[in-house]
Design a protein around this ligand. Structure first.
Ligand code: ADP
Length: 367
């Protein structure tokens, strides 16, 4: 059990690539922290520096209250689970799990107990005599996790551990990792580019881009209060819709006007939008906050717009409507029974409490 703290961490690889740029991050004791971001944003490099597999160009890394910058990986009391499992192909599962303990000269009895306890937690007791090639992808991943558990590390590090599994197995292993965290109550840091994994697993999520942490918050925090357009668009599926338009004052009220799409803004947003009057803004609305007028009980002329139904995607439990203003196309997620015909006009209603505005030049959140 340990806190992990990154203070002003940067990593510049040979050749000048700035992979991580002045990252400050505090991971609480027993917390499940997810590093989330697109490929190449510096997640793995950050994780590998915590593990001791890379060394920072600048800054300090603490595990507990120990500065570990110069501590070799094997002495950091952390264990890493890799995307490709990294199992020894010629060893049976038992020996794969026992390997690191034997290296550290644990007694035979202690090794046996740790391997069997871990195997039980992970439901792989019946696989201990098999070689990795005799296991499915999900089973191999469990062994890789088991190999980390037996060491009872202070910190678990996961580098995209589910990305080699098929979609169904990924969901199953995701819930198992969640249960594992509840069961063994250890600090875990988990790298992924998959926002669903991040939302479902993380106590908090650090969203990274270009080597920087843009926002560190709870899953609901990043969903409800994204700090900028990038975070807003990265969290949520299908992603948030954006359209550019103008904030138009009229009769003591403010309206967002895209040209063919005009809605009244709620009064409690006026303060923050004051300096954008008659100026361009980016309007953001999540697909799940858009409703067909027939299905929305709070429709008024000021939160209702008329748009063209361009495409309907049937998902089974719901439909995705691709709606066109003539200038922008946006997506609405609606009930399965709500299936307008393609080419028809649809009256849609927005939940104006859930609308976001972003500055078009900085892309920072206005409100
Ligand atoms: P992520 O895990 O978010 O996909 P990485 O941390 O792997 O990102 O990489 C961040 C950046 O650093 C990328 O531009 C990548 O090409 C670069 N990079 C990663 N490893 C090395 C390396 N060993 N040498 C040089 N550049 C690297």
């Amino acid at each position: 059990m340990a806190q992990v703290s990154l203070r002003g961490i940067s990593k510049i690889y040979d050749g000048g690539v700035v992979a991580v740029d002045n990252v400050n991050l505090g991971v609480e004791n027993n917390e499940f922290l997810v590093l989330l971001g697109p490929s190449g944003c510096g997640k793995s490099t950050t994780l590998r520096m915590i593990a001791g597999l890379e060394f920072p160009t600048k800054g300090q890394i603490y595990i507990g209250d120990r500065l570990v910058n110069n501590v070799p990986a094997k002495d950091r009391n952390s264990a890493m689970v890799f995307q490709n499992y990294a199992l020894y192909p010629h060893m049976v599962v038992y020996d794969n799990m026992a390997f690191a303990l034997r290296l550290r000269s644990y007694s035979k009895e202690d090794i046996d107990k740790r391997v069997k306890d871990a195997a039980q937690i992970l439901g792989i007791s019946h696989l201990l005599k098999r070689k990795p090639r005799e296991l499915s992808g999900g089973e191999r991943q469990r062994v890789a996790v088991g190999r980390a558990i037996v060491r009872k590390p202070m910190v678990f590090l996961f580098d995209e551990p589910l990305s080699n599994l098929d979609a169904k197995m990924r969901v199953q292993m995701r819930t198992e990792i969640h249960k594992l965290h509840l069961k063994i109550q250890t600090t875990m840091i988990y790298v992924t580019h998959d926002q669903t994994e991040a939302m479902t697993l993380g106590d908090r999520i650090a969203i990274m881009k270009d080597g920087k942490v843009l926002q560190l918050d709870t899953p609901l925090g990043v969903y409800d209060r994204p700090v900028n357009k990038f975070v807003a668009g990265f969290i949520g599926s299908p992603p948030m819709n954006f359209m550019e338009g103008t904030v138009v004052p009229k009769n003591n009220s403010l309206y967002f006007d895209e040209g063919n799409f005009k809605v009244k803004i709620l009064e409690d947003m006026y303060g923050k939008l004051e300096r954008y009057k008659n100026k361009k803004v980016i309007f953001g609305m999540r697909p799940e906050n858009i409703f067909d007028k027939l299905f929305a009980s709070y429709a008024t002329p000021e939160n209702t717009v008329n748009v063209l139904c361009d495409v309907v995607e049937t998902m089974g439990s719901e439909n995705y409507l691709y709606l066109s203003t003539g200038k922008h196309i946006f997506v609405a997620v609606v009930e399965a029974s709500n299936k307008p015909s393609v080419g028809s006009m649809v009256e849609i209603v927005l939940d104006m409490k859930k609308i976001h505005f972003f500055d078009p030049s900085t892309e920072e959140t206005i409100v």
